[in-house]
Design a protein around this ligand. Structure first.
Ligand SMILES: [Zn+2]
Length: 309
């Protein structure tokens, strides 16, 4: 069994090849899905080889591993993942690694919240959105919690490869500057809004809502691939009227007819929020990052909630 650690790593491990005078990629890091992968590259820089486990274009919730990926996890010096059954196959693979693999469950580094109850009367799929202990997995959508998780990564890499601890710190400080700026932008931009209620089809924004004084109301049954059920629409319309909600946030671009049906029924606009559960290869090539998507999400929140900073 591998050593499972929280934010602080107690043992020191000789990383493969860490004696080869700090050459590029001497520590191998398996990162469970996109935002974690980007942060690991940010902290590790040239010193680590980061292997992304969830392929570009796929979401993390239901990822299924090829034997090759299981091998990459088992062979890694460090595995960064979110546990509590968020990605059961990733956790199983990490559980099969030996003592020379450090497995870090980044959920141990942050305060966890229970999932927000779904709006009564809305029907639909919610698979993989609730972790063991009924907690919400979407910690990465809160920049402040991302900062805490990055610090946990610095601790782990510095313990694993102590000769390069100074470089990990320097790399992390540069990466964190971006996240600290993002947190400040969110705080300022969302300070004064006509509505503080985020009605969303993907229950992914609970941590973000808590951090910036918003309230998330998750709705089910409004997805781009399904006709919305009339009772679901009615429940959303009632809540929207009661809460002064003028915008419903969907996960992906809904087809125009669905968008029209929902908007007509509830008298609201539709907007998009990206849960950053996976970037496509194209997005990565274009330079899209965690921070650029978070800024787009912020613009849409500001517009949809009527914020005036
Ligand atoms: Zn999700």
């Amino acid at each position: 069994m591998p050593v499972i650690v929280a934010a602080i790593v107690t043992g020191t491990f000789a990383a493969c090849g860490s004696d080869d005078d700090g050459a590029s990629g001497s520590v191998s890091v398996a990162a469970a899905f996109y935002p974690i992968e980007e942060a690991a590259r940010g902290v590790g820089g040239d010193l680590v080889e980061v292997i992304g486990i969830t392929p570009p274009g796929q979401g993390p919730h239901d990822v299924q591993l090829e034997p090759k990926q299981v091998e990459e996890i088992v062979d890694a010096d460090v595995v960064f993942l979110l546990g509590r059954n968020f990605q059961p196959e990733v956790e199983d693979a990490a559980g099969g690694a030996g003592d020379d693999t450090v497995v870090v469950d980044l959920l141990d580094a942050v305060d966890l919240l229970p999932v927000d109850p779904q709006l009564a009367g809305t029907q639909g799929e919610v698979d993989g959105e609730v972790l063991e202990g009924d907690v919400d997995p979407h910690v990465w959508l809160d920049p402040a919690r991302m900062i805490t998780m990055v610090e946990a990564m610095v601790d782990t890499l510095s313990e694993t490869d102590p000769d390069n601890a100074g470089t990990y710190r320097t790399n992390a400080d540069a990466y964190l500057e971006n996240l600290v700026g993002l947190d400040a932008e969110y705080r300022t931009a969302l300070a004064e809004c006509e509505s503080r209620v985020v009605v969303t089809s993907h229950r992914a924004f609970g941590y973000l809502a808590e951090q910036y004084g918003l309230r998330q109301i998750p709705i089910a049954g409004v997805s781009p691939d399904a006709e919305p059920d009339p009772r679901t629409l009615e429940a959303i319309a009632e809540e929207a009227a009661a809460e002064g909600v003028t915008t419903i946030f969907l996960e992906e671009l809904a087809p125009p007819d669905l968008a029209e049906t929902v908007a007509n029924e509830i008298g609201a606009e539709l907007s998009l929020l990206d849960p950053i559960e996976g970037l496509t290869g194209e997005q990565i090539e274009e330079g899209t990052s965690y921070a650029t998507i978070m800024r787009e999400n912020l613009e849409r929140l500001v517009a949809g909630l009527g914020c005036t900073a």
